[in-house]
Design a protein around this ligand. Sequence first.
Ligand SMILES: C[S@@+](CC[C@H](N)C(=O)[O-])C[C@H]1O[C@@H](n2cnc3c(N)ncnc32)[C@H](O)[C@@H]1O
Length: 303
Amino acid sequence: MDIPHIPVLLSETVDLYKKNMKDSGYFIDCTLGFGGHSEAILQNFPNIKLIGIDQDKEAMEFAKKRLSKFSNRIEFINKRASEALKELNGLNISGVLADIGVSSYQFDNKERGFTFDADTLDMRMNKDQKFSAYDVVNFYDRNQLEEILKKYAEERQFRKIADFIIKNRPINSNRELTDILHKAGIKDKKRMAPIFQAIRIEVNNELKELENILKNVEKLAQNGTILGIITFHSLEDRIVKNQFKEWAKKCICPPEAFKCECGGNHQKGIILTKKPIVATKEEIKSNPRSRSAKLRGFKFIKE
Ligand SMILES: C[S@@+](CC[C@H](N)C(=O)[O-])C[C@H]1O[C@@H](n2cnc3c(N)ncnc32)[C@H](O)[C@@H]1O
C-alpha cells in the first residue's frame, strides 16, 4: 500500500501517550488523515478503542483500508472535528490527538487546488463545503484580503498584494494567482507559500476550528484524559499554548487583584510539554514538512 502521507513527530507523539495514558477506554483522533498516528496508537495500546475523525472522505476511505486489521476497535466519523466531538459525550476518553492542517496527499494532489500550479482555486479540505479559495480571492473586499495577508501570512506588503489581486480579478486558478503574485514582486516560493497558506486557513476556518476543538475537548475530558495537539503555524501554536496555560491556572482572578478571591481551585490539569516538541534534524531531512511542526501535550485532572 503506497501511503501518501508521512506522519510527523510520530515517535514523539506515541511517547507522549505512552508516558501518560492508560491502556483502556477511547482514543479520539480528530484528524485521522491517512491513519499513521492512529495505527501507531492502536499498535502500542492493545486495549484502546479508537474513533477516527476526518472531514475529508478520500483520506477516510484510505485510512479505513489501512486500519482494517483493527476494524473491531475502530469507528469512523466523516465530519469536522469540532462537530464530531459534540457527539461523543459520555465516553470514557483516555486520549485525544489533533494533527492540524492539510495532509501531503491533499497538498500534493493538483486537483485539490493547494499547489502553486493548480488549475483551480480550491483549497477545501472538505469537498462538500461550498466556500473555496475562489470565493476568498475573487469576492473578499480590500479590508478582508489585507487582514488575512497581514494576520495569517505576516506579509509586510499586504496592501500592495491585495491591490494586485483586486485589479486582476477574475482569477480562476492558483496558476493565475501565482503569476499575479510574481507581477506584484513576490517571486520567492518562501514568501509565496505563507500567502497560499493564509488563503487556505481562511477557506477552512482553521483557527476558529482549532479553538472549537479545544473547547469541545475540555467539555469531554475526564480525569486523566491526555490531549496532544500538533500545529504547523505560529498562530495555531499560540492558540494551543495560551489555552493550555489558561487550563493550568489555579487562580483566575484579574491580574490587578491584590489577593485571590476566586478560591484558587480552577486548575483543569497540567501541561506535559513545557516547550513544544519539534522535529529532529533527521526527521526534517527525510520529511521537510515536519520543520514547522510543534507538539504540545496536556493532562486533564478532574476530581
Ligand atoms: C496533517 S493530516 C493528519 C495526518 C494523520 N495524523 C496521519 O498520520 O495520517 C490532517 C488531516 O486532518 C484533516 N483535518 C484537518 N482539520 C480538520 C478538522 N477540523 N476536522 C476534521 N478533519 C480535519 C484533514 O482533512 C487531513 O486529512
